[in-house]
Design a protein around this ligand. Structure first.
Ligand code: NI
Length: 191
């Protein structure tokens, strides 16, 4: 296993619509090793998730894992989930504005509107079908990773550019209020 270099905004791979994988390709040694590296890189960087294009491959694979994450201490824990060839469908119309950040967009955060309930159909890393219903902040995390597979970054979805801030200024000016709101979102939506 290896920690891979994380591609940064401006790299064309982050703007590519990712190719879906055949079962044979997914189960190949090369792709299975790549998935191990994706997970190791996500953990090394304290990401809540990481998508394949962020480490240079425009294939439809992403991982999410939240385990007492120091970058996002208000996010509830969520077990390691690798999802391949996903479709993500919003359930209902409830949305909330969440501060997002991204390992591919250093030192920037901004408010993004996300659906609070989403349904995911995908394959797991072994090619078995999985369905997930996720809620609240976790739903936001999955939508962020799914966007990467479509060549989109959170900065594309920030409607009010005055909400862009550095991580230090998030901590200084916005964290207290947002953490309170994040806690109420977790209570309300269960994620
Ligand atoms: Ni990201």
């Amino acid at each position: 296993m290896a920690v891979l270099p994380i591609r940064l905004i401006g790299d064309p791979v982050l703007r590519t619509v990712c190719r879906r994988l055949s079962l044979d390709e997914l189960r190949s040694e090369d792709v299975q090793e790549f998935i191990d590296d994706l997970i190791e890189t996500m953990r090394d960087a304290n990401g809540a998730g990481l998508a394949a294009p962020q480490v240079g491959r425009a294939v439809a694979i992403a991982a999410v894992q939240i385990a007492d994450n120091p970058r996002y201490p208000y996010k509830p824990n969520f077990p390691l989930t690798v999802f391949v060839n996903p479709t993500v469908t919003a359930i209902g119309h409830e949305t909330e504005s969440l501060y997002e950040g991204c390992l591919s967009v250093p030192n920037l955060r901004g408010l993004v509107s996300r659906s609070m309930h989403v349904h995911i159909d995908a394959l797991d890393r072994h090619g078995h079908s999985i369905t997930l219903d996720v809620h609240g902040l976790t739903a936001g995390t999955f939508q962020h990773e799914f966007d990467h597979l479509e060549g989109r970054l959170f900065v594309d979805r920030v409607e009010d550019s005055s909400t862009f801030c550095t991580w230090d200024n998030f901590d200084r000016f916005h964290k207290t209020a947002f953490v309170q709101r994040a806690e109420s979102i977790v209570q309300q939506y269960g994620g």
